[in-house]
Design a protein around this ligand. Structure first.
Ligand SMILES: Nc1ncnc2c1ncn2[C@@H]1O[C@H](COP(=O)(O)OP(=O)(O)OP(=O)(O)O)[C@@H](O)[C@H]1O
Ligand SMILES: O=P(O)(O)OC[C@H]1O[C@H](OP(=O)(O)OP(=O)(O)O)[C@H](O)[C@@H]1O
Ligand SMILES: O=C(O)c1cccnc1
Ligand SMILES: [Mg+2]
Length: 590
């Protein structure tokens, strides 16, 4: 097999990237709109033309072995055989017992757009020089018109072994999807779950921002991290491109360099500001007057100058970074002086950012001073100034801060949101479960790694308190029977007892009388056609929040969470164990 260094070029208009790989600005806007329901409706006539949001997501974003296998499947005439693959994970990340499913939209876009361009086929020819022209011609015509996808809703709370996506179609296509689909779901779900966990720690009534771009795993990692952090729990991002592409609310303050770029008052060449009536004042002098009046003698003048410079630019938007010199003896008092001056001019400062030190103690001390000054000057909103905390925050730190008590309103999290330090990858897998109508099983020494054979559908059974109790996997043939109004005693019914078995440990079983039942798998792509408009990112996020709010707290908690039950019906249990027995060779001993 030869190696090739020929650079791959995509056509100009195909996915928002120009010939040399840079995004075309007006295409970025197009892509932002592409995340809305509107886009899909507007594109009704050519629904199959929706494209992945990331220009790298093409059929060549895969492992070589998918293409060599495809060639061999074709050569051995196995390529058109109907196959079914399940995409699922075996263990929730971060020592937790839940996962947030994300990445589905990009999967649908990828599958919908699946085709090889001439250049891509040329590339395959270079990689597999002996491959027959007829196969290359076959690849050139390949598309997803024979593929069907069933999936859980994006943003769902999901559990091990329940398929997130079931892919049905010709063996060759299903196989060619493996790596790309895993790549699209694994990181997305990991980041969304990480964000959801941070959100739970932060609490509903606080704000959580993602500030991770500079520490993210490259530009693609950064864009995905911003998107899926938002989906799982962040309220906004500092990543401007993520705002433009995905419409995520954008937020930001300023850096230490903005403070330290001033060393004296002389450097502020103009300290004038117009009040809300249009009259001109000197903001630095006014702030210094307050400093004298309040006896804040220890504050650093250059810091005050920097705050004034920023406030002149954004008189209603000052979030002062207060820890450059000394938070309590300089930063917070300087901020108060500028905030009082702004108030006198008819403006409102917003708050402060703490980026070092003991965030519990400093936030409480700052709040106390805000209250005191607010009372002294009879200004109500002073005590409500927003306190933003940053600096290597993560789930355990936030939990510790909550335990100690704090006055933080906004948690700005960078590194730990985007890199998922507590666990770097989710182990989603993609396994063949049925071929030509007959179930397939993959054995392993670890029972947990044995695949659940056949087409399956999952139901979530809810208890009387409105929480999900168990996810029950059933043979999809039973769903088909029910759809044809034929009798199937396997489908769970409200108020009717149903036996739910652990797939591998027969003694672990439970009888559930569901009060509510939710079918978890939906057809999202039917023989080449989208079956529903793609939901907007903000709607997926809302759905994710709703889902989390339904799950019992002990499944969600950070330490020693209770495992959630994922079960199979008796019928599926028997199919699994019979196939298992049939597939294990009996050793002979002499
Ligand atoms: N009250 C608190 N309880 C637990 N962890 C805290 C608390 N306050 C801050 N932290 C965390 O402790 C760590 C402090 O880190 P470090 O000592 O490197 O920073 P620092 O010295 O405060 O700041 P810098 O090095 O930027 O000047 C950070 O991860 C921060 O989020
Ligand atoms: O700590 P993170 O969660 O990744 O949040 C983002 C960090 O990035 C910024 O500064 P940077 O870390 O670049 O410099 P600093 O350490 O001097 O603040 C910001 O001030 C935060 O500290
Ligand atoms: O806007 C901010 O304050 C910000 C953005 C990114 C990283 N750190 C801080
Ligand atoms: Mg830092």
């Amino acid at each position: 097999m030869s190696q090739s260094n020929t650079p791959l070029k995509r056509k100009k208009t195909e996915n928002g990237f120009s010939e040399n790989g840079t995004p075309i600005p007006n295409q970025i806007r197009e892509l932002k709109r592409a995340t809305t329901v509107d886009y899909v409706y507007r594109d009704q006539e050519s629904k199959d033309k929706i494209k992945p949001l990331n220009g790298f997501v093409t059929p060549l974003l895969t492992d070589l072995y998918q293409i060599t296998m495809a060639y061999s499947l074709w050569k051995n005439n196995r390529h058109e055989i109907p196959a079914v693959f399940d995409l699922y994970f075996r263990k929730s990340p971060f020592g937790g017992e839940f996962t947030v499913f994300a990445g589905l939209e990009e999967v649908i876009r990828f599958v919908s757009d699946f085709h090889y361009t001439k250049e891509e086929v040329g590339y395959i020819k270079e990689m597999i020089p002996d491959c027959e022209q007829e196969f290359l011609d076959y690849l050139s015509k390949l598309d997803s018109s024979a593929v069907t996808l069933y999936a859980m809703k994006e943003g769902s709370v999901v559990f091990p072994r329940v398929p997130l996506i079931r892919v049905e179609g010709p063996m060759i296509l299903c196989q060619l999807f493996e790596t790309t689909l895993l790549c699209l779901v694994n990181f997305a779900s990991l980041v969304a779950t990480n964000a959801a966990r941070h959100r739970i720690a932060v609490g509903k009534d606080k704000v959580m921002l993602e500030f991770g771009l500079r520490r993210a795993q490259g530009p693609d990692g950064a864009m995905s991290a911003s998107r899926y952090s938002y989906l799982g729990g962040a309220d906004g991002t500092s990543n401007v491109l993520a705002h433009c592409f995905f419409g995520i609310p954008i937020r930001g303050t300023h850096a230490h360099s903005f403070i330290t770029n001033y060393s004296s008052a002389d450097e502020l060449l103009d300290s004038s500001i117009k009040d809300t009536q249009g009259n001109v004042h000197n903001l630095l002098e006014m702030s210094q007057k307050y400093r004298d009046e309040l006896g804040f003698t220890a504050t650093i003048t250059s810091e005050l100058v920097a705050f004034v410079a920023y406030a002149r630019t954004f008189p209603n938007g000052l979030v002062a970074l207060v820890d450059t010199y000394d938070t309590l003896s300089s930063g917070v008092p300087n901020f108060i002086c500028v905030a009082l001056a702004l108030h006198q001019l008819g403006y409102k400062a917003v708050g402060i950012r703490l980026d070092s030190g003991d965030l519990s103690y400093l936030s409480k001390a700052a709040r106390k001073l805000f209250k005191q000054i607010g009372e002294q000057f009879r200004i109500d909103y002073f005590e409500k100034f927003s306190i933003v905390a940053s600096n290597d925050l993560n789930e355990p730190t936030i939990i510790a801060l909550n335990r100690q008590g704090h006055e933080i309103d906004v948690f700005a999290i960078g590194t730990n949101l985007v890199t998922c330090q507590a666990q770097p990858a989710l182990g989603c897998v993609y396994k063949l479960v049925e071929i030509n109508g007959s179930p397939r099983i993959k054995l392993s020494h670890e029972a947990n790694k044995i695949t659940l054979p056949g087409r399956k559908t999952a139901y979530r059974l809810y208890g009387s308190e409105g929480h999900p109790l168990v996810d029950l996997l059933i043979d999809d043939n039973d769903v088909a029977k029910e759809n044809k109004k034929e009798d199937s005693n396997q489908i769970p019914k409200v108020g009717k007892k149903v036996l739910c078995l652990h797939p591998f440990e027969e003694q672990k079983r439970v009888i559930v009388t569901p009060v509510q039942i939710e079918k978890l798998h939906h057809i999202v792509f039917d023989k080449g056609q989208l079956t529903m408009p793609l939901p907007a990112l903000s709607d997926i996020r809302e759905f994710c929040f709703q889902q989390i709010s339904k799950v019992r707290e002990d499944h969600l908690r950070n330490s020693n969470p209770t495992p959630y039950k994922v079960s199979v019906t008796k019928e599926l249990f028997d199919t699994l164990h019979n196939l298992w027995l049939d597939s294990v060779p009996i050793k002979e001993m002499k």
